[in-house]
Design a protein. Structure first.
Length: 458
């Protein structure tokens, strides 16, 4: 009898070991197929948003994301996010490249005069490729970064390499325009290329998706206006940004007036009781109780609980009589407590005024957007705007995409890493305590006692 129990005991031990081995093998295979890592950081730093998951469901282009770094020295925080893409969609593969062993890699993916740097990413699908600089996705590569911006850059890159359409923003020069660096950065995240053109000596490139006139300090000539008009009549999109210090621009204003929009000589001043201030990184942001109007662009942002900020001063943008197939729609208006002014010291009248208008020609498809303030995109950097979770970048890019037909906007706020602390409710903590401190040790103790007493009685 004793021998029988010993045999059964050894058989039980063998079966238990086999089960554990099989479970381990199964879980190893499963983790390669499914994203089982749980992100317990407060702001889901390493997880993807619902928008990315939804986009990846329909992604069917075989794509490789090359990490320009050996696996041993790669940015593990960036890799943690990239692994989600590979786990969610089988068409996406992540590959490390050691440029010491493979110094010739990537020459076909960079432009003349450029080079790949350690920790850069190269996203490749078929003949399409795009390089993402490491400085754009993480604040540091060798230590825990303060912020990560992997998802916006990578998902946008996937949209770019899988798309047949290429979008280009043309910024005018020759009138002491603003550089609009933040605007270019925001469009770059949506995979627009940015070029500059002086319309006095050059033409608008044929592949231009949108022409942007950023705070001109001098007027446009008749020949420049003719080039803009020909572009709009052919279905092109134009954006014009002015501010409270904008000088008179007779030619440009006359052309805009013919399309239903006039840059007023008056400005807009917001009342103090409609200003809410927030402090961030020694800078003060001013948010206004503006009327967002009933247009799809702003409604999408409002649904996410975001607000816009802009300066308390703005040029008033008025509607003008239109003819033919031209319609004008308000895109942003000041609050009911604002007033118009000519000297920005006293107000002449009170009430809501237009800050931004959109003119659309239903026959040609041409569109002109005019804003009385550039602050929606140009005063602070994209990362600063994202850090306080404002909708400025998304507003600007969504307006641009709606004019060019580039599709839905994809903007994810830059995620903070340095202050990530795992938080859980008291109830959750109690459950973890019961399971890990009481239940599991209790089961192990009970099994040990059972085995002990059985062997004692043999």
């Amino acid at each position: 009898m004793t021998k029988k129990y010993k045999i059964l005991s050894w058989i039980g031990i063998a079966i238990t070991i086999a089960v554990f081995i099989l479970v381990n093998v199964f879980m190893t295979i499963l983790t390669k197929k499914m994203p089982l890592k749980i992100d317990l950081t407060e702001n889901k730093t390493y997880d993807l948003t619902a928008e990315s998951y939804e986009y990846l469901k329909g992604y069917d282009k075989d794509t490789t994301i090359y990490i320009i770094s050996p696996a041993a020295s790669q940015n593990k925080w960036v890799r943690a996010v990239l692994d989600r893409y590979e786990a969610v969609n089988p068409h996406i593969k992540i590959t490390n490249v050691d440029t010491v062993k493979n110094p010739g890699f990537g020459r076909e993916y960079v432009k003349d005069g450029e080079q790949l740097n350690q920790h850069d990413l190269v996203v490749v699908s078929g003949d399409m490729s795009i390089v993402i600089q490491s400085s754009k996705i993480a604040s540091s590569n060798q230590k825990p970064p303060e912020w990560l911006n992997v998802e916006t850059k990578v998902t946008s890159a996937l949209k770019y390499v899988s798309s047949d359409a290429v979008f280009s923003a043309c910024f005018t020069t020759g009138h002491r325009e603003d550089s609009f660096a933040s605007a270019k950065e925001a469009l770059g995240s949506e995979n627009y290329t940015s070029v500059s053109v002086n319309l006095f000596s050059g033409d608008i490139p044929e592949d231009t998706s949108v022409v942007i006139i950023a705070l001109p300090k001098s007027d446009f000539s008749n020949s420049e206006i003719a080039k803009l008009d020909a572009y709009v009549r052919a279905g092109g999109a134009v954006q014009v940004y002015v501010d409270s210090e904008c000088p008179e621009l007779p030619n440009l204003n006359s052309y805009l007036t013919s399309n239903g929009i006039t840059i007023s000589e008056s400005g807009i001043v917001e009342a103090n009781d409609h200003i809410r201030r927030i402090q961030y990184d020694d800078k003060q942001y001013m948010l206004f109780a503006a009327d967002y109007s009933n247009n799809d662009v702003l409604n999408k942002i409002i649904e996410k609980g975001k607000a816009l900020f802009y300066v308390p001063f703005s040029k008033a943008i008025n509607t003008a009589p239109t003819a033919g197939n031209i319609t004008v729609e308000p895109y942003l208006t000041s609050s009911s407590g604002s007033g118009t002014t000519t000297d920005y010291k006293s107000t002449d009248s009170h009430g809501s005024s237009n800050i931004a208008l959109m003119s659309t020609n239903s026959e040609t498809g041409g569109m002109i957007y005019v804003s009385g303030t550039p602050i929606l995109i140009d005063m602070y950097s994209v990362s600063e705007i994202d850090e306080v979770d404002l909708g400025n970048v998304e507003y600007f890019v969504t307006v641009t995409n709606s004019m060019t037909g580039a599709g839905d906007t994809f903007v994810v706020p830059v995620k903070s890493v340095s202050q990530n602390i795992m938080h859980m409710s008291i109830a959750t903590g109690q459950r973890y305590f019961v399971v890990t401190i009481i239940l599991l040790p209790g089961i192990a103790l009970a099994m040990g006692l059972i085995v002990f007493f059985k062997r004692r009685n043999m």
